[in-house]
Design a protein around this ligand. Structure first.
Ligand SMILES: [Zn+2]
Length: 434
C-alpha cells in the first residue's frame, strides 16, 4: 500500500472554508488518513512543501471529452497543410490520451463527461482504469437523451433521440447497457443550433419525469441541459440532480429555493457563454451570437441569485482546451461569488454534482486527490492558471503530475510565470457541429 506524507503545508478545504497552517497530511493507499498540525521536524520520507498551499484535487463537472484532431491552435496538432498525408481518424485516441494528461497537469483529478461522440468517453474511462494512459477519474453519461430535434442532426452520435415516455425509458436503459455512469437529458434546445429555440421545453414534462424515474430506480443520477425557463422548471420540479447552464433560473426564485432544499446542483458553465458571445463570435450565426450575449448576462445573474438562495454550485468549464478548466473557477470567483466559494465549486460542489461525496474534500477519510500550489489561491485564484505554480498533483494517493514530479524541486521559488492569456483553441464540442 502506498504511503505519502506532506509536511508544512497550508491546507485549504474550500468545502468547509477552513485553512490549517503548518499542516501535515498523511495518505495511505488512496485515502487521507490524517490532517494535523505539523510539530517538530519532518519525519523521514515526508515531502516538505515549505508552507505552500494544498487543496483537494479539482473536479470539472461539465466536460466533453473529444477526439477532434482539429483542436488547434493551442492543443491539438497544428492545422493540416496541403500535401500532407491525410490524418487517420485513429489519431483521435492519442488526442484523448493527451487530454487526460493535460487535466492531471492542471490539477484536475476528476472530470464528468456530459456527452462525447461515439462512446469515446466510455472507452477512455476504461483505458485510464486499466492503466493504459494516465488520466483523471472519469464519469460519463454515454449519449445525451434528446427529443428528435435539429440538435440530433448537428450532434450525431453524441445524442440518442427518443420520444414518448417509454422510448425515453428505453434510452436510459441503453445508456446503462453502454456503460454510462449517469444520464443526461436535453430539457431544452441548444444555444449552438440555429433552428433550436432554447426558450421552450424540448422534452415534455411527462418525458422528463419518465427519464428521472427510470434513472433513479436503477441507481443513475440525472443531469439536465437546461437553458430556457420552461424546460428548466420541468427538470428541477421532476427531480434532475444537476441543472447544466440553468441561466434562466434568476427569473424563478421558487425554483432556486427548491434546488437548495433538495440539494440539486447548478453547473453555470459561464465559459461556454463567453465562447459563443465573445471568443468565437466570428464563427457563429449572428442570431446565436446576439442570443449568447443575452445568455451571458443571464448566466451571471443566475450565479448571484443561486448563491443568494444557497444552491450548491459546481464548476463546469464546457470549453477548451483541456487543462484550461480552472478559468471557469476564476470566472465564478470574479463573477461576485468570491474565491473560497469558487474553489468550493471546483471541489466539494463539483463532487456533489458528480455524486461522489468522498472526493473534493481535504479531511480524514476522503480520497487522496491533492494539489500543491505555489501562492495563495484564496486571495488570488488566478495563480492556479499558471502551470509553473502547480507543484504536485496527487491522484488516488499517488503523485501523478506537477512541476516537482521528477524530484524535490519543491524548495525552489516559483519560476518566471508564463503570461496569463485566456484559453486559446476551439470551443467545447458541445458547441461544435459534427
Ligand atoms: Zn456542454
Amino acid at each position: 500500500m502506498s504511503e505519502l506524507r506532506i509536511w508544512n503545508a497550508r491546507a485549504v478545504d474550500p468545502g468547509s472554508a477552513t485553512i490549517l497552517d503548518r499542516a501535515t497530511i498523511a495518505v495511505s493507499g488512496d485515502r487521507i488518513v490524517e490532517i494535523a498540525e505539523a510539530a517538530g521536524d519532518a519525519p523521514a520520507g515526508a515531502i516538505d512543501v515549505a508552507g505552500r498551499t494544498v487543496l483537494p484535487g479539482f473536479i470539472d463537472a461539465h466536460t466533453h471529452l473529444s477526439s477532434d484532431t482539429s483542436r488547434s491552435p493551442g492543443f491539438g496538432p497544428a492545422s493540416q497543410l496541403k500535401g500532407e498525408d491525410p490524418r487517420p481518424r485513429e489519431l483521435g485516441w492519442f488526442l484523448l490520451a493527451k487530454s487526460c494528461t493535460a487535466f492531471l497537469e492542471a490539477g484536475i483529478t476528476t472530470v464528468r463527461d456530459v456527452g462525447a461522440y461515439d462512446d469515446e468517453a466510455i472507452v477512455v474511462r476504461r483505458a485510464v482504469e486499466l492503466g493504459l494512459t494516465p488520466g483523471p477519474r472519469i464519469r460519463t453519461c454515454g449519449r445525451i437523451i434528446s427529443a428528435t430535434s435539429p440538435g440530433g442532426w448537428h450532434f450525431g452520435t453524441m445524442y440518442e433521440e427518443a420520444d414518448g415516455p417509454w422510448e425515453v425509458r428505453r434510452a436510459v436503459r441503453r445508456q446503462l447497457r453502454r456503460g454510462a455512469d449517469f444520464v443526461k437529458l436535453m430539457s431544452t434546445g441548444a444555444r449552438s443550433v440555429e433552428r433550436e429555440d432554447p426558450e421552450p421545453a424540448q422534452l415534455t414534462r411527462e418525458e422528463i419525469a419518465a427519464i428521472v424515474d427510470e434513472a433513479h430506480r436503477i441507481g443513475l443520477r440525472v443531469a439536465a441541459h437546461a437553458e430556457g425557463l420552461e424546460g428548466t422548471r420541468f427538470a428541477v420540479e421532476e427531480g434532475a440532480d444537476t441543472i447544466e447552464h440553468g441561466l434562466a433560473l434568476h427569473r424563478a426564485p421558487e425554483l432556486l429555493a427548491m434546488m437548495a432544499e433538495r440539494g440539486q446542483v447548478l453547473v453555470p458553465t459561464l465559459s461556454t457563454f463567453h465562447d459563443l458571445a465573445e471568443r468565437f463570435a466570428h464563427e457563429w450565426v449572428p442570431r446565436l451570437v446576439d442570443q449568447a450575449k443575452r445568455q451571458l448576462e443571464d448566466a451571471y445573474r443566475t450565479l448571484a441569485a443561486a448563491r443568494g438562495a444557497g444552491v450548491t454550485i459546481a464548476m463546469g468549464f464546457d470549453s477548451g482546451p483541456p487543462g484550461a478548466n480552472l478559468w471557469e473557477m476564476v470566472r465564478i470567483a470574479e463573477g461576485g461569488v468570491g474565491s473560497m466559494a469558487a474553489l468550493a465549486a471546483a471541489t466539494s460542489g463539483a463532487a456533489a454534482a458528480v455524486g461522489l461525496p468522498d472526493i473534493g474534500r481535504l479531511e480524514r477519510g476522503a480520497v487522496a486527490d491533492l494539489v500543491v500550489v505555489d501562492g495563495d489561491p484564496v486571495s488570488d485564484p488566478r495563480v492556479l492558471l499558471r502551470r509553473s505554480r502547480i507543484r504536485l498533483v496527487v491522484h488516488d494517493g499517488r503523485v501523478v503530475a506537477g512541476r516537482d514530479l521528477d524530484g524535490p524541486a519543491i524548495g525552489e521559488p516559483a519560476g518566471d510565470d508564463e503570461p496569463l492569456e485566456p484559453p486559446t483553441g476551439p470551443p467545447s464540442p458541445c458547441l461544435t457541429h459534427s
